[in-house]
Design a protein around this ligand. Sequence first.
Ligand code: HEC
Ligand code: HEC
Ligand code: HEC
Ligand code: HEC
Length: 506
Amino acid sequence: MRCFLAILALSMTLCLSCSRGQPKRGPASPSLRLAVVTDLKGYLEPCGCTSDPLGGIDRLAAQIRTLREGPVPVVLLIAGDTFFDAAELEPVRVDQASRNAKTLAGILNGLEVTAVLPGRRDRAQPAATLEVLQEASEFPWLAMTSDADVLRTEAGALRLSIVGARPGSERDAVAAALGSVQAQSDLTIALVDGSRRDANRIGAIDGVDFVVQGGLDEDDLVPPHQAGNAWIFHASRQGQGLTVVDVYRTDKGGPFADRSEWSRAEAAVQLDRQISDLSAKITGWEKSGEVDAADLEAQRSRLAGLKSDRQALDAPAASANGNSLFARWIPLSNGVPRDKQVGKLMREHDKVVNEANRLAFANLRPPPLGPDDIAYVGSAACAGCHTTASWWWRNHAHGVAYLTLQQRNKEYNLDCVGCHVTGYNQPGGSTVTHNLNRALVNVGCESCHGPGAAHAKDPEKVGIVRDTPESMCLVCHTPEHSDLFDYDAYRKTLVVPGHGLPPMKR
Ligand code: HEC
Ligand code: HEC
Ligand code: HEC
Ligand code: HEC
C-alpha cells in the first residue's frame, strides 16, 4: 500500500510539471552549455583500424556547430594534453607532430575555443615549437607562465571565471589566483591536468563550481562526480567523445544538483557493489562469531549509511528551484555527422604530411644486416613456387594493407605505415619510404614467416618459419589497433586450402 501511494505521489509531481509544458524537472532552458574536451593528444581522427573507431575533429566540429546554432551560449573548454601525445618525440617524428599540432590549432580556431589548459606533454615540447603554436592559436592557453591564470568572460547573463591550474601547482596558488575575482563571478570553472586526486583537490577550493579534468591518459571516460561542492567533468581521450553539460544557474548561489542519469546510474552501480560486498562480509562475520560486537555494529551502521545513500539516488532529483546541471557524453562514432569544411582541411593536411615525409625521408634506409640476419625479398619472390598461397594472400586484407593507406594519403605517415608494410625498421627490411621498389609494401608473407631471401634462393637447403607465433601477430594486432584480435580465431581464417591446407581439387 505504501508503495502504491509513493508511486501515486510521484506520478502526480510528474504530471504537475508536465502540465506546465516543461521538461520533466527544472527550468526550460539552460543558462549555459559547457562543451568539454579532454586529452585530445593531437588526434585529428582515429586510425580506423578497430571495429568501432571513435573520434574525428570533423565530427567534433559538427557537434560544436550544432550546439552553437541554439539560443544557449556555448563555452568550449579543453584540458589535458591537447596537441601532442608524447613529451619527448623521436627526432624523426618532430616535423610530422608539429605540423599536426598546427593543423589542429587552426581547426580549433574555427570552433571558437574559450580556453585550453595544455597538459604536461604539451608543455614539455621545445619553447620554439610552443611559441609558434601559441601564436597560431586564437584562444588563450592557460597557466603557461604562472601557477594559475584566471580568464574572465561572459556567457549569456553569466559572468564566468575560468581558472587554469598548471600541472602540479598547489591548491593554495589556485585559490589565491581566484581570490578577489570570485566575488564578481556567477560561475567558477577550473581546468586541471593531473590525477583524480589533483582534480578533487582543486574542486574542493571554496567557490569552485566545476572542474574540467584532463590528464587521465589511459583511463576511459569518467562520469561526472563531486568533490566538495564542485562537479568534475571528463570527456575521454583522443577526441573520442564530447561531454556536454547544460548548466541551470538560478539567482541563488549554492551547489549544483546533477539531474543527468549518467552520473547517477554510475553512482548506483558502485553503491550496489559496495552494499552487496559489505552485506556478504557482515553475514560471514555474524556466522563466524569471531568479530567483536562493537566492530560488527559499526559495520552494520556503515551498511545502513550506504543503503540510505542508495535510496537517495532513486529519489526524485534535487528540486528544480536550485542550481542544477545535466551532463551527457556524445561518442563521436561512425554514425555522427562530419563537418565538411573541417574534413577538407584534414584531407589537405594528410596530403601535405604525406608529401613532406616522402621528400624528407627519401634516403631513410633500414638498419643494415648483421652477420646472422637474413634479408627480406618481398612477397613477389615467393609467388613462383607458392602459387596458391600467393593467390590467397593477394585477396586477403594483408595483401591490400598498403592500399588502405594510399587511399587515405597516409602511406608515408609515420603513425600508420609501420603495420601496413613488411619488415618495418628491421635489418634489411623497410622504412617509411624504402620498400625495395614496392616489394615490401602490404603485410607480406615475410611479416609472418620471417625474412626469406635465403629460403627463396635455395629452398632445398634453407628453411623458413612455418607457423607464426602469436607474438609476431601482436606486433601489429595491438589492442589499440585490433580490438577484436583473438589469436586462434584470427589464425584459423588464414589457414585455408592453398595456404596451410592442401589446395582444393578440381
Ligand atoms: C624456388 C622456390 C621457392 C621459393 C622462391 C620460395 N619457396 Fe618456400 N618452399 C619451397 C619448397 C620447395 C619448400 C619445401 C617443400 C614444401 O614443404 O612445400 C618450401 C617451404 C616453405 C614453407 C613451409 C616451411 C616448413 O617448414 O614446412 C613456407 C612457410 C614457405 N616455404 C614460405 C616461403 C616464403 C614466405 C617465400 C618467399 C619469401 C618462399 N617460401 C619462397 C620453395 C620455395
Ligand atoms: C606487419 C603487421 C601485421 C602482422 C605481423 C600481422 N597482421 Fe594481420 N593485419 C594487419 C593489418 C594492417 C590488417 C588490415 C589490413 C587492411 O585491411 O588494410 C590485418 C588484418 C588481419 C586480418 C583480417 C581481419 C578482418 O577483419 O578482415 C586477419 C584475420 C589477421 N590480420 C590475422 C593475423 C594473424 C593471425 C597474424 C599472425 C599470425 C597477423 N595477422 C599478423 C597487420 C598485421
Ligand atoms: C600498431 C599497428 C598499426 C598501426 C600503427 C596502424 N594500423 Fe591500421 N590496422 C592494423 C591492424 C592490425 C588492422 C586490422 C585490425 C583487425 O581487423 O582486427 C588495421 C586495420 C586498418 C584499417 C581497416 C581496414 C579495413 O579494410 O577494414 C584501416 C582503414 C587502417 N588500419 C588505417 C590505418 C591508418 C590510417 C593508420 C595511421 C593513422 C593505421 N592504420 C595505423 C594495424 C595498425
Ligand atoms: C598473417 C600471417 C601470414 C601471412 C601474411 C602469410 N602466411 Fe603463410 N602461413 C601462416 C600460417 C599461420 C600458416 C599455417 C602454419 C601451420 O599450419 O603450421 C601458414 C602456412 C604457410 C605455408 C605452409 C603450407 C603447407 O601446407 O605446408 C606456406 C608454404 C606459406 N604459408 C606460404 C606463404 C606465402 C608464400 C605467403 C605470402 C604470399 C604467406 N604464406 C603469407 C601465416 C601467414
